[in-house]
Write a protein that binds this ligand. Structure first.
Ligand code: TRP
Length: 420
């Protein structure tokens, strides 16, 4: 696919409607980081310049004021992933908090492209955070499995993509979601059974020109037409009337979408069409990427086993991968490390701890000790290995209980425990 020139061609879409959605004019060409739903590559070893990305995408930073408001409105301390800036960017989360304060409903929407049978730790992050949000707000959650997307983009048989969707559903369920509050669906299965969902896809498709999707996603004349219309499918779950079994005949219940920031192009587009269809715009909360073991220049990728820790890895594999591949910001020798200290900004084991270690004080101690040289790289890696082994061990334990029937239960078209 050609270099997507970000949003330049979107200039002809009217976005300046006072909701902070002013899509910035294209500046990505001069920028070396590349971020779109299919490619994430940073130009520096420190990884993506996320502040620049906020400017380029026209979103807002999650600032202290928002964190304070979150705590005030919900009575919960913000999740460590929010406090530490893993979830760093947002669109209109204030509006969702206003609704929560006014006891008005909203729902959560997130998703997963099932490209491999087993997910890796990076894939977990949005789901861990989404589960926490669901516990805090007690709202319905819809999870879209884009087997169709992976069929179109990858060398995968349609049947295989659907099978992978169900495998992934098992891992997602193993994180502890509640079937009374959560609807998981495969596009291949659900769309054909749901006229309201399909009607929303059509309405969205009718609002967007080829020229616009070229501008947003970088499609070219030689991309198959399935790809060109796919964005409407990822947009449709943002609208509650795509799920009448859950929301009855309501069409004005907005959603909040937790996702990695590479998915934002889909939802900029969704937010643009929403008012024209008479629907509320989705609010968003964006995460940074979970870096590859080799360093923050690329994200963890399911297609390269050595860059990733999988949810199916054994304790031994976890230990070996971290010890062998996790890029170190430590000194070249013990002497040098003791003298000059380590660099947490590029050290992957430390970066992973910021995602996974809940204890703020302990994390801060590790940062200080590693920076001063007191803590060695091997010791730092040990901390990470223990956390990963526990996290993944627990998921594997839970997964044993997720039978095909449990998956069916989550994926059945049904009402959830909420009334509207
Ligand atoms: N396109 C996403 C992927 O490849 C899957 C997805 C669908 C998604 N809907 C979503 C991700 C909503 C986040 C939020 O992984």
């Amino acid at each position: 696919m050609a270099e997507p020139n970000a949003v330049s061609q979107l200039a002809d879409m009217e976005l300046n409607d006072g909701t902070g959605d002013q899509l910035s004019k294209d500046t990505s060409v001069a920028d070396d980081d590349r971020v779109d739903p299919w490619t994430v590559v940073a130009s520096s070893e420190k990884g993506i310049d996320y502040d620049k990305l906020i400017k380029r995408f026209g979103s807002s930073k999650i600032d202290q004021a928002l964190l304070d408001r979150f705590e005030k409105v919900t009575g919960h301390k913000p999740h460590h992933l929010m406090k530490r800036g893993v979830f760093f960017s947002q669109r209109e989360v204030h509006r969702i908090l206003d609704r929560y304060e006014a006891k008005k409903p909203f729902f959560l929407y997130t998703g997963r492209g099932p490209s491999s049978g087993s997910m890796h730790v990076g894939h977990l992050i949005p789901f861990v955070f989404t589960k926490w949000l669901q516990e805090v707000f007690d709202v319905p959650l819809v999870i879209q499995l884009t087997d169709d997307e992976k069929f179109l983009w990858k060398d995968l048989k349609a049947e295989e993509a659907l099978r992978l969707a169900k495998e992934n559903a098992k891992e997602i369920i193993s994180l502890g979601f509640d079937s009374e509050k959560t609807f998981i669906f495969s596009n291949m299965e659900y769309i054909g059974s749901s006229p309201p969902f399909y009607m929303n896809m059509l309405k969205i498709q009718k609002c967007i020109t080829f020229n616009q999707v070229k501008g947003i996603f970088g499609f070219t004349d030689s991309d198959c037409i399935g790809k060109i219309s796919f964005p409407a499918i990822q947009a449709a779950p943002s609208f509650c009337n795509s799920f009448p079994q859950i929301f009855g005949n309501k069409k004005d219940i907005p959603c909040l979408i937790p996702c990695a920031i590479d998915q934002d192009p889909y939802f900029r587009m969704t937010r643009d069409v929403a008012p024209r269809l008479g629907y509320p715009k989705p609010a968003l909360i964006h995460s940074t990427f979970f870096p590859a073991l080799q360093g923050a220049q690329t994200k963890m990728s399911a297609s390269d086993p050595n860059t990733s820790i999988y949810l199916t890895d054994t304790p031994k594999q976890i230990k070996n991968k971290v010890n062998k591949y996790a890029f170190s910001g430590g000194g070249a020798s013990v002497e040098e490390h003791r003298e000059k200290g380590g660099n947490c900004d590029v050290d992957i084991s430390y970066q992973y701890l910021t995602f996974l270690m809940e204890d703020d004080e302990r994390l801060e101690q590790i940062r200080q000790d590693y920076t001063s040289g007191k803590l060695l790289t091997g010791e730092l890696k040990k901390e990470l290995i223990v956390i990963l082994q526990k996290l993944i061990g627990d998921i594997q334990e839970n997964r044993k209980k997720v039978t095909d029937d449990v998956v069916k239960d989550f994926m059945r078209v049904r009402k959830l425990k909420y009334n509207y």
